[in-house]
Design a protein around this ligand. Structure first.
Ligand code: GAR
Length: 219
């Protein structure tokens, strides 16, 4: 049985590497989501070029020209409705969304964050993880709720922290994992495979038990 692919928008503010990974996954016609719209709140966002080259509708809704968050989000909402959007992926979208907007999209609004939530909400996650001396760091895809970097967790990936790591080298390894889990998480939401109870997201679990990540002696 073939089900219709879910019409998905990606909201960005900058580089857009997660956006690119989602667009690339969705090139496969069997992927259950179709990326039909990319919106940026910053006119110069680098990711817009890639979306346009890939013939995806793009728009800038510059938050600076609006009197406040409410007006900005109402414009966002109009465009999303115009494009009959069903799912939204925040991908480096650096604006807090109001409870009103989040409420419109409950269960259909995803975010990726460069840390193993609930650790390291907010900014500079890699430098903070290094300063704390953690041995395992990573990234999270979660449903958005009206609080920053909170909400039921759909997927996480862990990476070991190396002695030689700098914030940039750690960020690069985490980012590669973000790309993998974001595509997988969007697919599971688009297929309607998930069940959310409180903060827990049940997805049936992996077929085989993955190996634990032990640092420094994984083997
Ligand atoms: C990503 O690392 C993403 O996890 C982070 O911004 C970066 C955007 O990169 N998002 C957050 O910190 C949200 N709290 P990208 O534009 O290349 O996808």
């Amino acid at each position: 049985m073939t089900t219709r692919r879910k019409r998905t928008a990606i909201l960005i503010s900058g580089r857009g590497s997660n956006m690119r990974a989602l667009i690339e996954s969705a090139r496969d016609p069997s992927y259950p989501a179709e990326i039909v719209l990319v919106l940026s709140n910053r006119p110069g966002a680098a990711g817009l070029g890639f979306a346009a080259e890939n013939h995806i509708a793009c728009a800038v809704i510059d938050h600076k020209i609006y009197a406040g968050r409410d007006e900005f989000e109402r414009s966002l909402q109009v465009l999303l409705e115009l494009h009959r959007i069903e799912l939204i992926c925040l991908a480096g979208f650096m604006r807090m969304l109001t409870p009103w907007f989040v409420g419109q999209w409950q269960g259909r609004l995803l975010n990726v964050h460069p840390a193993l939530l609930p650790a390291y909400r907010g900014l500079n996650t890699h430098a903070r993880a290094l300063a704390d001396g953690v041995k395992i760091h990573g990234c999270t895809v979660h449903f958005v709720v009206p609080a920053m970097d909170e909400g039921p967790i759909i997927a996480q990936a862990a990476v070991p922290v190396l002695d030689s790591d700098t914030p940039d080298s750690l960020a690069a390894r985490v980012l590669a994992e973000e790309h993998v889990i974001y595509s997988a998480a969007l697919a599971s939401v688009a297929e309607g495979r998930l069940r959310v109870e409180g903060n827990r997201v049940y997805c049936g679990g992996p077929a085989a038990l993955p190996a634990p990540l032990r640092v420094p002696f994984n083997g």
